[in-house]
Design a protein around this ligand. Sequence first.
Ligand code: GDP
Ligand code: IMO
Ligand code: MG
Length: 431
Amino acid sequence: MSNVIIIGTQWGDEGKGKIVDWLSEKADLVVRFQGGHNAGHTLVVNGKIFKLSLLPSGIIRENTTVLIGNGVVIDPFHLKKEIEELRNQDIKISSENLIISDSAFLILPIHQTIDNLRENKKEIEKIGTTGRGIGPSYEDKVGRRAVKICDLFDKVDLLKKLLKVYDFHNVWLKAMGEKIQYPEDILNELYDIGQFIISFVQPSSLLISKYNDTSLNILFEGAQGTFLDIDHGTYPYVTSSNTIASQAGVGTGLGPTSIDFTIGITKAYTTRVGSGPFPTEDTSTDGIQLGTRGHEFGTVTGRQRRCGWFDAVLVKQAVSLSSINGIALTKLDVLDGFNSIKICTGYYLDNNFINYLPSSDKQQKKVKPIYEVIEGWDESVVGVREFDKLPKEAKFYIKRIEKLINCPIILISTSPEREDTIYLKNPFEMN
Ligand code: GDP
Ligand code: IMO
Ligand code: MG
């Protein structure tokens, strides 16, 4: 058996959903361990498109159970909507294949209001959040006043807990001249959603231990990406959770020795949505071409993603932060037809060479990428499923990246379709 973690190595949207879906054929349990419905994971199966934000991507596979772990923040209104939408796409969802941790914390409507108000009030330096209340919800969690999934089932107790959250936030809303909100307005609907999801709710850390003890395969599905991590990312332009591999244990209730393999999902170029430093961002023709060919628009907010060349400094840092064992390289096909392709191999900071992303946001904004230029390829790699069938320049690109980031590439994705994947090593078959 193997327990495998999948995480993004850049700023999210690396194609985690497609790879999780592809690997989940071998997984008994697919688990989300952080983030919330700020994630947007798109899967394409035989031409049919599935968009998931909160539910783990394994839900699309029959015979795979999925779990939303304690580290995730759940908007119950959104959860109900996503379940209903997938059911409308003929995906079966029952307590047999969906488990929700009773210890996960809630995103409430007031969190979403605050997230949006804060962003709209900033003249400059907006984070560019997804506006889904992620930050305010995690703040309440560490502030020890939040409401959990297990609190949804007792109406009297639920109201008491909601009051604590609403009293806290209404002070700020009032001070800002905004309308205050009343928990009584959402109490009944929230309680009803509790009844709708009650059959899915379990003490999930016990369940995950059971899967682990009985040698079943667990696949941990990360959301966002390494440089959106609250500790290791481009702070403050980050999300409010830890996105690196170590969070898989904290967000589910399993220790680090239970993990067998960590895969980093890496786009063959770089994108970022929202504000913040992006050393290889290219706003000229190349960047526009990458965005157009890669259809780089956010799944959640529809915003245009910023684009640029591959940054080996960042990905090498991500490999080290999560002790990544192998990389899944996605969207190689987007590089089809470029005469030359650039790879960032280091930075200049005030004319000094550095080979890491500095911690200070001021310095992160100042670094200038140093590029190595390699030859592109004329042929299309769309749909290629064998390494040997790739053009020699594409093979060179892959080998060069491997060397620069100091990590083997074990999977290569050549289109959004599930099966258009070159599979060099399957982590579930490596022990
Ligand atoms: P995630 O958030 O990491 O799951 O990534 P998203 O789903 O937000 O964004 C990745 C996008 O690229 C989706 O629309 C995928 O369908 C698409 N995609 C994934 N792999 C490939 C690939 O190899 N080639 C192309 N052209 N598109 C891909
Ligand atoms: P997936 O899982 C890309 C970004 C937002 C913003 C910052 C903070 O699809 O890769 P938040 O709403 O989390 O407080 O926003 O993080 N962000 C993402 N960018 N992909 C994501 O998820 C993201 N989730 C959040 O754009 O810059
Ligand atoms: Mg996404």
